[in-house]
Design a protein around this ligand. Structure first.
Ligand code: GSH
Length: 215
């Protein structure tokens, strides 16, 4: 049995499951993927709540000799992976520099608690599936402008990552910007270049390869 199990969802549209899967892939850790439909059926939800407290995916299960650890919340999962499977044996997820690490956490917290109109107008199904043909609403445009302002502050033109080395915050910023790029909404070219470079990582390709196709 694999040491790790990740609970994801069958639609492959959750940005938070995406975060956790990319973290596992970047750490090059083998894991078993357990998929649940959304909304999570009541019986499964009760079990997941019992085990992981919150009962939302992603959930990481670390099967240890001392007992299984169940963790939900994408950021808690990537932090757990970073602290359990440490560098240099495993690739780094968070910046080594403390100021950069704090900035990465600042950005990831913001992206989990803001930009709701943009998320509504440009759900991740329009990134992982078909693009939207609807224009952004006024609130969606305001969110897009704020996202572009923030990303332009943080991304040096020509850079492929937030800091000198890629970190897990790049995944969240890239997916959020992808909500615009994939829908042909206006994004400054340096940010498009950043997004495309970041989207081209092996970890993202491996995630995309797992999305079931329907013919
Ligand atoms: N803040 C959480 C969000 C988790 C979350 O909202 N998961 C959704 C899927 S995107 C879910 O499991 N919904 C099922 C439900 O609420 O029944 C994280 O970062 O992991």
């Amino acid at each position: 049995m694999s040491e790790l199990t990740l609970y994801g969802e069958t639609g492959f549209v959750s940005p938070w499951v995406f975060h956790a899967m990319v973290a596992l892939e970047e750490k090059q850790l083998p894991y078993r993927l357990e998929l649940v439909p959304l909304p999570i059926p009541e019986a499964q939800k009760a079990m997941l709540r019992e085990k992981s407290v919150f009962g939302k995916v992603p959930i990481l299960v670390h099967h240890r000799p001392a007992g299984d650890v169940w963790i939900s919340e994408s950021l808690a999962i990537s932090e757990y992976l970073a602290e359990t499977f440490r560098t240099p044996k495993y690739p780094r997820l968070f910046p080594a520099d403390l100021a950069e690490r704090a900035r990465a956490r600042q950005l990831m917290s913001y992206l989990r608690t803001s930009l709701f109109a943009l998320r509504e107008d440009r759900p991740t199904s329009t990134v992982f599936g078909r693009p939207s043909i609807k224009p952004l609403t006024a609130k969606g445009q305001a969110d897009a402008a704020e996202l572009i302002r923030i990303a332009s502050r943080l991304i040096v033109p020509g850079a492929k990552s937030l800091f000198a080395e890629w970190c897990i915050a790049d995944v969240d910023l890239t997916l959020t910007l992808m909500r615009l790029v994939a829908n042909a909404d206006a994004v400054p070219q340096p940010l498009v270049d950043y997004v495309l470079a970041s989207w081209d990582r092996k970890s993202v390709h491996r995630y995309m390869a797992m999305i079931p196709t329907t013919h």
